[in-house]
Design a protein around this ligand. Structure first.
Ligand code: PLP
Length: 440
């Protein structure tokens, strides 16, 4: 489009080179216009033209520690100098200690961790573990979900990003979601549906895989009794519960994990993103002692060259120690409550805000075309069509006014670094207030 040509004409040398030689993610390549970033500081980051922006979505909801966590950067540099890489059959103090720390901070008796390099790999490992442990082959997940882009994970993903990768792998089943605002089913009713689906599948489902609080599909927080009941239903049908905490974990929900909000211990938990505060790519799949014991005498036939890369686990250890030593979980809870209150105030002034929802520092602002009604600006499948949607325009306006604000499918995604202060929340909410005029 002409707009795109104007943007591209303004690219600097680095950006032009990048556009020519590097594939953009999840995009029509003609619509990719990379912005060169030259610095980061706390909740802010700065581009090559000197524009400083507040990061209200922690990049891809992952930079939980902000952009200047020196303790993590120092730990990585020290490990890289000591020895950047050793095979996964060897270990380092950082890996052992991170494994121990994860057993400590994850709920209940979750105790043993398989390390990988990303959220999608953490999910792939969870799927394999569940299948090998139960001897069953199917995985049930939900429509409004995202679990990653590799073939297993995109097959269990429910959102429109799966459509271009279909047909999904055999044995992947999708169930309805707890989405009180936008679904015809009440959240607890959707559980009855899942119960019946599991019965009809006849004892062939290895695991039910859910995000305890749905992230990129709209920040969907189920009722308090939903997740405990889902675990019971899964177990009644001989299936495990896998909680995908890749986005919801590490303070995002005002607790260590989304599962903690509902006081549930899943059988398997997946983590990435905030695990290192986004300083290094690292995925983790943590299981209960019973599941771990199964693999004492049954081969866990899985691994990657960089599984638990020494520099990544050094980052993970330093990040988890930072969450603990800097009291960041209570801080996230406190800032989350403040953020929730401020968002409610702003929403009241905008006819295009249909609902504000969320928990902790994980909030969604869902837009509506008609005040007082629930009319999305676009369809879910618009996610994979060309051009900008109304939520993109709201985010674009915020970007021009000094703020990064992620969005997906009619909902703005608010998930700042958990180190954010009250003043920074105020600054961000003021920019959001202005940006929402675009959709009003
Ligand atoms: N699971 C959830 C809940 C996610 O939100 C994401 C990414 O957004 C993933 C898995 C995939 O993680 P990654 O992009 O690190 O592969």
């Amino acid at each position: 489009t002409e707009d795109q040509e104007t943007v591209d004409a303004g690219l600097n040398d680095v950006e032009r080179t990048d556009k020519e030689y590097v594939f953009g993610t999840w995009a029509y390549q003609s619509e990719v216009s990379p912005t060169e970033i030259v610095g980061g500081d706390g909740v802010y980051f700065t581009d090559a033209r000197g524009n400083r922006r507040l990061d209200f979505s922690a990049q891809l909801m992952c930079s939980n520690l902000g952009h200047s966590a020196d303790r993590v950067a120092d730990a990585m540099a020290e490990q890289a100098r000591t020895g950047a890489y050793f095979a996964p059959s060897l270990t380092t103090e950082n890996r052992a200690e991170l494994g121990r720390l994860l057993a400590e901070v994850t709920p209940g008796d979750l105790s043993k961790t398989f390390f990988s390099t990303s959220g999608t790999e953490a999910v792939e490992a969870a799927i394999k573990i569940a299948r090998l442990y139960t001897g069953k082959h199917k995985i049930m997940s939900r429509y409004r979900s995202y679990h990653g882009a590799t073939y297993g994970s995109i097959s269990v993903t429910g959102d429109p990003r799966r459509l271009m990768a279909e047909p999904a792998l055999p044995g992947t089943i999708k169930a309805p979601d707890p989405y009180a605002y936008g679904s015809t089913l009440e959240p607890m009713e959707s559980l009855e549906y899942i119960d019946e689906m599991l019965m009809l599948e006849g004892d062939t489902v290895a695991a039910v895989l859910v995000e305890p609080v749905v992230g990129s599909n709209g920040i969907l927080v189920p009722p308090t009794e939903y997740l405990p009941r889902l675990k019971e239903i899964a177990h009644d049908h001989g299936a495990l519960l896998i909680c995908d905490e890749v986005m919801a974990g590490f303070g995002r929900c005002g607790e260590w994990f989304g599962s903690d909000v509902f006081d549930v211990t899943p059988d398997i938990m997946t983590m990435a993103k905030g695990l290192t505060g986004a300083y290094a790519p690292l995925g983790a799949t943590t299981v209960t002692p019973e599941i771990a014991a199964h693999f004492e005498d049954n081969m866990f036939c899985h691994g990657h060259t960089y599984a638990g890369h020494p520099v990544a686990v050094a980052a993970g250890r330093a990040a988890v120690e930072t969450y603990i030593d800097d009291d960041l979980i209570p801080h996230a809870r406190e800032m989350g409550e403040y953020l929730g209150d401020e968002l409610e105030k702003v929403a009241a002034d905008h006819p295009s805000v249909g609902e504000v929802r969320g928990v902790g520092l994980f909030r969604g602002v869902e837009l509506t075309k008609k005040e007082g009604e629930r009319v999305p600006f676009g369809e879910r499948k618009d996610k994979i069509s060309k051009g900008k949607t109304v939520v993109d325009e709201v985010s674009g306006h915020a970007w021009k006014n000094g703020m990064h604000l992620a969005n997906m499918i009619n909902t703005l995604i608010i998930a700042p670094p958990v180190v954010i202060s009250e003043d920074e929340v105020d600054e961000a909410v003021a920019i959001l207030d202005e940006a929402l005029r675009v959709s009003d």
